[in-house]
Design a protein around this ligand. Structure first.
Ligand SMILES: [Zn+2]
Length: 53
């Protein structure tokens, strides 16, 4: 399943979600401040591999 990066337009908090395409259409909320205006950060597709620390 693809991973999507989001950034909150209000507090700037960045978070990552693993979701299906159908879920991806739904609105997301910032886990930090609860703002529902989050930006999708496309860079995830290019920069990220399955690197885990
Ligand atoms: Zn936020």
């Amino acid at each position: 399943m693809p991973t999507y990066d989001y950034r909150c337009s209000k507090c700037g908090h960045k978070f990552e979600l693993i979701e299906r395409l159908s879920e991806h259409q739904a609105a997301h909320k910032c886990p930090k401040c609860g703002n529902d205006r989050v930006e999708h950060v496309m860079a995830a597709f290019y920069a990220r591999t399955s690197r885990k620390s």
